[in-house]
Write a protein that binds this ligand. Structure first.
Ligand SMILES: Cc1ncc(COP(=O)(O)O)c(C=O)c1O
Length: 418
């Protein structure tokens, strides 16, 4: 097959494709694997029961049923849904926006593909622009999303060592430099993979920098405010005309519905809508139909407050405690868990790479994700890149307990043989 440049890049092997393949194969070959690798949300029965009830309500109503099954919505997304979201954001945060500032996508991943490539890559004047990540490690799913090379640049974080074997990354404003080639700033908040939540102060400084350079600040709120609100620390939601906020229904427990939501100024929303028309024609309707019910009933807030946030907060604390018990005496640090659904562990001067640790754990029946894949935009051989792993804690507690024990055994073996 003779492939285009696009074809070569997107059909070829990339780090992320290989890793996901490997995770998938491992699971197929050994369904009893302890799966602490992927980004799947946890199974919260009470929440799923409510989704079931609301879906039954939709199916029982001929008007809603037909609108969901039999009608192409506009490429910007179901208008009634966009009005609901806009009203919700105005009421809760006082943001100055309307339904024209909202667009729907088939999952936020596809929104990022469109948005990033709208701003970065080869420019009409022959120059080249990149998306800058003010703090990398960042979400692995950005890594291969660019239509051209050198798509991301990044700034290494500051590392603050905290009590009780915790640490926290910060944006290193002394090193963060924007140039004519910077197309946009992007942060996930809370951050996948680390569970970091950028402080309000960091966000406001990034906002000022982006405005001064006339580039957008993109905030990936897949785990964030206002929903699914998987935050265990106080943080203010942020948006203004220069911010692109990307939300998703996935981490509420609905990754199968593939629904993302973009909040941005009207020019960006219009541009995105045109891209979406070409690529997708229209978005799926199941997510918006269900979410409309949740907005109407107020469950969009109560589900997160009563079930989702407490579920992950309890899990993160319990898993942290397990690691503390099992890693006692080893030179480990864990990123302060402030949100999202993972713990990020750092084994300083680990004699083997995180990839090797991943392979050894896979042999022992435990799947984690090696950290080096998350350092998007950092191309040098910073040793820290090979010393971290990401561990999901969404599996049932007894499974997580067993996984933590095996991880600790392998880490201990790796240190003792150095
Ligand atoms: C930080 C972050 N952003 C975006 C996504 C994409 O999610 P979705 O396409 O399901 O909305 C994910 C998925 O894991 C994520 O972790």
């Amino acid at each position: 097959m003779k492939l285009s440049v696009f074809g070569e890049k997107f059909t070829g092997q990339s780090g992320i494709v290989e890793l996901m393949d490997d995770l998938g194969t491992a699971l197929n070959e050994n369904p009893d694997m302890i799966f602490m690798g992927g980004g799947n949300p946890g199974h919260i029965q009470a929440v799923e029961d409510i989704f079931q009830q609301r879906l039954e309500d939709i199916i029982a109503d001929p008007h809603q049923r037909h609108s969901m099954l039999g009608i192409y919505q506009s490429p910007q997304g179901d208008k009634e849904f966009r009005i609901q979201i806009a009203d919700f954001l105005v009421k809760n945060y006082g943001w100055n926006l309307t339904a024209d500032n909202i667009a729907v996508s088939n999952g936020s991943q596809s929104a990022f593909f469109a948005l990033y490539n709208m701003f970065a890559g080869d420019m009409p004047d022959g120059s080249h622009r990149s998306i800058h990540l003010p703090l990398s490690p960042e979400y692995i799913g950005y890594r291969d999303i660019g239509l051209s090379e050198k798509f991301f640049t990044a700034t290494k974080p500051t590392i603050e060592i905290l009590d009780d074997n915790l640490f926290k990354y910060g944006v290193d404003f002394s090193k963060l430099q924007l140039t004519e080639q910077t197309a946009a700033l992007c942060v996930s908040r809370p951050t996948n993979p680390t569970g970091n939540v950028l402080t309000d102060h960091e966000i406001s400084l990034l906002d000022e920098m982006a405005k001064a350079h006339e580039i957008p600040l993109i905030i990936d709120g897949a785990y964030g405010l206002p929903f699914p609100n998987i935050l265990f620390t106080d943080a203010k939601a942020h948006w203004n005309q220069n911010t692109i906020l990307a939300l998703s229904l996935s981490k509420m427990g609905l990754p199968g519905l593939r629904t993302g939501i973009i909040v941005a100024n009207e020019e960006i929303i219009q541009g995105y809508t045109n891209v979406n028309t070409i690529v997708n024609l229209a978005c799926g309707t199941l997510g918006p139909a269900l979410a409309k019910q949740l907005f109407n009933s107020g469950e969009i807030t109560s589900l997160t407050r009563d079930y989702i946030t407490p579920f992950y907060q309890q899990r993160s604390q319990a898993t942290l405690q397990l690691f503390r018990e099992n890693l006692k005496g080893l030179p480990y640090h864990i990123h302060k868990p402030e949100g999202a659904i993972f713990l990020w562990l750092w084994f300083k001067d680990l004699p083997i790479s995180s990839k090797e640790l991943y392979q050894r754990l896979k042999k022992r029946g435990v799947l984690i994700v090696p950290g080096e894949n998350f350092f998007v935009g950092i191309d040098d051989d910073w040793s820290h890149k090979n010393e971290c792993i990401r561990v999901s804690y969404v599996q049932p507690a007894d499974v997580v307990k067993q996984g933590v024990k095996i991880i600790a055994e392998e880490v201990s073996k790796a240190y003792s043989k150095s």
